[in-house]
Design a protein around this ligand. Structure first.
Ligand code: NAD
Length: 383
């Protein structure tokens, strides 16, 4: 089978937890080059994945005719310049979210994509999650989503996002949810109302052009035990819920399967047992896993940090187990395989596009204005 030849530009935490392993696992892509500014990162990766080229200068990637596409997973400040450069060099691009900090920067990418004739996909990967693709089909068969409630609650403000500067959660994390609400309703947003309780904790109400509404509860103060994401959608007929990407329930939707579970997500180099556990137990499986891991973290941290038991415990938690938020299928592998299909067969893009990223950036801007001025902001008034 033909395989799309890909380079990963920016090989940090996300690339190492997802894109690199997903390319290796994919049916239709192969890993050609690692590119990172940090030579130590490259040294480590080429030891772990022998046979893959490595470089610190992205121009080596962009001038290599063997490379079809680039997966850009640097931090957000480099997404736009690298994407524009890669498109100009004639490469297909998969770039992480948020595409850009502002709508204006997204527009630069849209222009570059049009000029290049190549395609660019954005890593708002929930569109490719099996549970959400099913959810959209079910909602559409039942008259479409009318009212949505979405909870995304994690440890952003107290852990991994705390150094990003105040109020960045809307841009970094909630952009995924703005995008998935547009995907599920098939509609653009007409107005936004956002109230904040404290930094990185918001309730946001979206009114759609279709007349649908969505209410998003986003909190960066939820400990790791908390199930991170819950979707509830009232359709014209019946109700659908999706919990943690692994359990979908329908209520009062004749002809639809009332309960469906989805396997967890993992990679060959990591522990696998949770994959079938989650497939069997759904939400209860991931909740159990979260509680067990939190308990194990506390027990390991209570050990003497110079002991072998501590080192083994940390090694298991940090290297053998997948990160809890990467244990369910949020669409990362599907997005990479779809990227390869776009490159190899020119299939229409079903993942998020630069236009979708622009829409998410405009909603984010409206939410930031609404939060500051405590008023409903109409999208037509957002530049
Ligand atoms: N879609 C998702 O589910 C998801 C999840 C987590 C993070 N992300 C996004 O992924 C991106 C990366 O996050 P991360 O946590 O992996 O960051 P990170 O800081 O761990 O990694 C970034 C890497 O990029 C490298 N880099 C920086 N500039 C470069 C350049 N010009 N050329 C080559 N390499 C360069 C750095 O050396 C670093 O190794 C962010 O935009 C983040 O928002 C997406």
């Amino acid at each position: 089978m033909r395989k799309a030849s890909l380079a990963v530009v920016g090989c940090g935490k996300l690339a190492q937890n997802q894109h690199i392993s997903n390319i290796i696992k994919s049916k239709n892509a192969r890993l050609h080059t690692f590119c990172d500014l940090d030579p130590k990162v490259l040294e480590d990766l080429t030891k772990r994945f022998p046979g893959t080229a490595a470089c610190t200068d992205v121009r080596r990637v962009l001038t290599d005719p063997e490379i079809d596409g680039v997966v850009i997973a640097t931090r957000e400040d480099m997404h736009v310049p690298l994407a524009v450069e890669a498109l100009a060099a004639g490469k297909y691009v998969y770039v992480e979210k948020p595409l850009a900090e502002t709508p204006e920067e997204c527009e630069k990418v849209i222009t570059a994509e049009k000029v290049s004739g190549k395609k660019l996909l954005v890593g708002m990967n929930r569109r490719m999650a099996p549970a959400y693709r099913n959810a959209r089909e079910i909602l559409n068969r039942n008259g479409g989503a009318r009212a949505i409630f979405y909870r995304i609650a994690d440890a952003y403000a107290i852990d991994w996002g705390k150094n990003f500067g105040p109020g960045k959660r809307l841009l970094h994390e909630v952009c995924h949810i703005f995008d998935i609400c547009r995907f599920l309703t098939g509609s653009d947003v007409r107005s936004v109302y956002c109230l904040s309780t404290r930094r990185d904790e918001e309730n946001i109400v979206l009114e759609f052009e279709s007349g649908a509404t969505a209410m998003i509860l986003s909190s960066g103060y939820a400990p790791w035990e908390t199930p991170k994401e819950h979707l509830e959608a009232v359709a014209e007929v019946g109700v659908l819920t999706v919990d943690e990407f692994c359990e979908l329930n329908t209520y009062g939707m004749p002809g639809e399967v009332p309960n469906k579970k989805y396997p967890g997500h993992s990679h060959v180099e990591k522990e696998q047992s949770h994959v079938s556990w989650i497939a069997d137990a759904g939400l209860a499986g991931i909740v159990g896993l979260r509680r067990m891991l939190a308990d194990r973290q506390r027990k390991v941290e209570a050990l003497d940090h110079d002991s072998e038991e501590y080192r083994n415990g940390r090694d298991f938690l940090d290297h053998r187990l997948p990160h809890i938020n990467y244990s369910v299928d949020k669409g990362w592998l599907g997005a990479i395989e779809h990227f390869a299909d776009v490159i190899l067969d020119g299939v229409p893009v079903e993942a998020a596009t630069a236009e979708d990223a622009l829409a998410a950036a405009r909603i984010t801007r409206a939410a930031v204005i609404s939060r500051a001025e405590k008023r409903i902001v109409a999208m037509k008034d957002v530049d």
